[in-house]
Design a protein around this ligand. Structure first.
Ligand code: 4LM
Length: 424
């Protein structure tokens, strides 16, 4: 593993020298950082720069004037750090990027118009025809689509293997592998991938490839892949970080050099997928309550999973917080809590799933996740319908799978709605 021995168990204040325990390593670290929840509220914004306004200004300006031609030229050449056009940077976006980098423990971040904007800006910046991407067997439907239909069309090789089988990862690496890509927990199957182990295999056998982890399901409040050896973290900020279902946005976090390259190539020239200043402001607002909300999402998800597993109509529950779940121990080592997403199958399979979903009244039938409202959906016909049915079978997406994003309502009311729908 690279020299990144920082633990996911250091979410409280870390003042002075602390013992850091990771899933694989023990190290000492000097750290004067404020706690995660404090940084989520205060990091990267000084209200004295905005007449004391507690919330940062929303800079609704597409362009920035120069004091002279020389200054304009210097900004374009990257010799002067000021803003010059909001497809590249904007002051509200800038605060968000610095806060995200801080919370994920990266050097820098690039905020984008959507999670897919973040993924495509990253992949298109790094990859060239003839390169290879090694991907876990299951990823979010549109990520799969981008890999299958977008990248393959331009001569990039893509192969999918089961990242929980470390031998397969070792065998799957090629001389031209430039990216090793996965989610954990995986959308929608809830498999858990050992970030430390994958990073360690890649670094020791193939120093060229970058380990990219989509951390949307966990958020930095639960898991920080860069501290476990990953090189780049991706987010759909649309989900838990925004937290209120009222925006679409994304982000990439990693080294300053890599983020500069993604900003100037993937964002500026290839996708143009810059975040809107209002969305950046809303995500900053959402992040202030991230830790608090994640605790409630996780608590509700745990209760839903435990309730479902004892129900006679239920065949299988997929939630890493259940001690019987195959991902339980790895999740416990790399996540602070087990997340707000639950997947399950009914004994009545697909037909039972349709009846149950249509019988719900409080829980909303909707894709997306991380909102205040509990959301339920059918991945095979919705978020993962970009896979053909043959691909779904090959990539482990069962037609009878149902996915719940546990909201922030009272668990009793969520369970009562599930009970009523199951009775029907
Ligand atoms: C969904 N997901 O699952 P934007 N990465 C992951 C995701 O789950 C998503 C994205 C990226 C769902 C959307 C409808 C792990 C999205 C893409 O939607 O482009 O912000 O994020 O329900």
């Amino acid at each position: 593993m690279a020299n990144k021995n920082i633990s996911v168990h250091t979410f409280g204040a870390t003042i002075g020298t602390v013992l850091i325990i990771s899933s694989k390593n023990i190290a000492m670290k000097n750290d004067n950082k404020l706690a995660f929840a404090t940084r989520a509220i205060h990091s990267s914004y000084d209200s004295s720069t905005a007449e004391g306004a507690l919330n940062p200004p929303i800079h609704m300006s597409s362009t920035y004037s120069f004091e002279s031609v020389e200054q304009g030229a210097a900004r374009f050449a990257g010799q002067d750090s000021g803003h010059f056009y909001s497809r590249i940077s904007n002051p509200t976006q800038d605060i968000l990027e610095r806060r995200l980098a801080d919370l994920e423990e990266g050097e820098a971040a690039v905020a984008t118009a959507s999670g897919m904007g973040a993924i495509s800006a990253t992949l298109w910046t790094i990859l060239a025809p003839g390169d290879h991407v090694l991907v876990d067997q299951t990823v979010y439907g549109c990520t799969f689509s981008l890999l299958e239909h977008g990248l393959k069309k331009f001569g990039v090789e893509v192969s999918y293997i089961d990242f929980t089988d470390h031998n397969q990862v070792l065998q799957g690496l090629r001389h031209n592998t430039k990216i090793v890509y996965f989610e954990s927990p995986v959308n929608p199957t809830m498999r858990i991938i050992d970030i430390c182990a994958i990073a360690s295999i890649v670094k020791s056998h193939h120093s060229d490839a970058r380990v990219v982890v989509d951390n949307t399901y966990s958020t930095p409040a639960l898991q920080r892949p860069l501290t476990l050896g990953a090189d780049i973290v991706i987010h759909s900020l649309t989900k838990y970080l925004g937290g209120h279902g009222d925006l679409i946005a994304g982000a990439v976090v990693g080294s300053s050099a890599m983020m500069e390259e993604i900003r100037l190539t993937g964002l500026k020239d290839m996708t143009g997928a810059v975040i809107a200043p209002l969305s950046a402001f809303l995500v900053l607002r959402g992040i202030k309550t991230l830790e608090l909300r994640m605790e409630k999402h996780c608590k509700n998800a745990q209760q839903i999973a435990q309730w479902l597993i004892q129900h006679e109509a239920v065949r299988q529950v997929y939630y890493p917080g259940l001690s019987s779940d195959p991902g339980h121990s790895v999740a416990a080592s790399q996540m602070r809590l087990f997340g707000g997403m639950v997947a399950f199958e009914l004994k009545d399979g697909f037909d039972g799933a349709v009846k149950m979903l249509n019988g719900l009244t409080l829980i909303k039938r909707a894709v997306s996740l991380g909102d205040s409202e509990t959301l339920i959906q059918h991945p095979a016909s919705m978020t993962h319908s970009t896979y053909t049915s043959e691909q779904q079978a090959a990539h482990g997406i069962s037609r009878s799978l149902i996915r719940i994003s546990a909201g922030l309502e009272s668990a009793e009311d969520i369970l009562a709605d599930l009970e009523r729908a199951l009775e029907k």
